[in-house]
Design a protein around this ligand. Sequence first.
Ligand code: NAI
Length: 305
Amino acid sequence: MSIRYDGKVAIVTGAGQGLGRRHAIELARRGAKVVVNDLGGGVDGSGSSSEAALKVVEEIESLGGEAISNGANVAQYDEVQAMVAQTMDQWGRVDILVNNAGILRDKSFSKCELSDFQLVMNVHLMGTVNCTKACWDIMREQCYGRIVVTTSCSGLYGQFGQANYGSAKMAVVGLMNTLVQEGHKYDIRVNALSPTAGTRMTESLMEESSFSLLSPETVTPAVLYMVSADAPNKTIICAGAGNYAIAKIIETEGIWLNPEDQTPEGIAANWTAISSAEGERQFASAEGQPLKFIAKAREGLGLTD
Ligand code: NAI
């Protein structure tokens, strides 16, 4: 059965090129009406131009799809609100939001200016917050919404020179974790994409042969799945070069230590058991951790009432 988005309205941020462009084109090819948002600046976030977004709209129209362009800077809430108002005026709903816009200001932490750190946080974290906030009540009222945040292996695993970017990319995972709970009642599902793709953002970091293997076309199917009616929820899909995997936040089972061992020395002596992978698990919500701790402490202390 083919997955389609007929009657659905999608906003894709940073869709003037790279991954966002591919997400927008494929959504439109499968029936969605698409807002192609792009500020049109450089990889470092400088400058702006409406050209790239307009070109993607033309491409979608030439394929028989429906799209409009928008030049909002996702870091500016008033511009984002105007984008969502434009979408509502045009099509009257917002079903899908793909938070994809992004920039880089790579520098080792010791050389990174705080102004660069702030800018990267503003675009990746606050850009995602702004767009999601502006669509949230509309999705609640519709009792339907599919949101994707774009994280990165730099945030999930760490990358030299990307303290700012990695922080912002991990922050959107925290945003997802809570929105999933608040959106559940309204069938709003929130998932994360961790892509690896040959785009202008990565061209200087990759060999030519890897660049072509890692085409955006190989990543977009993960986004299409995450914004479909039968989407998963609270899932981080990693995608690149035709590979699809899931990243998880897990906690080891750990151990309860006797009161006399609740010391740094006790932790050092029990490190193997504390860090053992046996019984490790994912928690559905924050309550999972305190509930586990209390149960294990009660058991250790022999409390029965
Ligand atoms: P890209 O540089 O080709 O595209 C990013 C687009 O976002 C550009 O068209 C740019 O104009 C737009 N943009 C930047 N700031 C904006 C703002 N404030 N408001 C609206 N639009 C803005 O980059 P690429 O590779 O397509 O990246 C897309 C997303 O995927 C980004 O969030 C990036 O951090 C993320 N990502 C990419 C990876 C890769 O391997 N290419 C790896 C991990 C994450």
